[in-house]
Design a protein around this ligand. Structure first.
Ligand SMILES: [Zn+2]
Length: 102
């Protein structure tokens, strides 16, 4: 039973982020709202937000991020290759390691 709940949760999270991406240009506040709901689901059913979506919101102010619009992305290759995403709303910098070959 718990596995089914988690599966539904995962699907909902994915759907919410896809919706956020869709509505962002017309209604960025609604996109942020979707991020909030997705986070609540992830906490409630204890599933992690998929990596591809984890990079799409600010981990400090939870704004849905679109590169070139409300955040910028820099690639750094010192030591291990990583990307730095800067949120334009709160200035938070998030670092993500990029695996080679990807
Ligand atoms: Zn932020």
């Amino acid at each position: 039973m718990r596995r089914i709940i988690r599966e539904i949760g995962r699907e909902r999270i994915d759907k919410l982020f896809r919706m956020a991406e869709k509505v962002f240009h017309e209604n960025p506040e609604l996109a942020d709202r979707y991020v909030e709901i997705a986070r609540k689901i992830s906490m409630k059913v204890r599933v992690r937000i998929p990596t591809k979506w984890r990079r799409r919101f600010c981990h400090k102010c939870y704004t849905f991020l679109v590169p070139g619009v409300n955040c910028h992305v820099r690639i750094r290759s010192r030591r291990s290759t990583h990307i730095v995403v800067t949120c334009h709303k709160c200035g938070n910098k998030m670092r993500y390691i990029v695996k080679r070959g990807k």
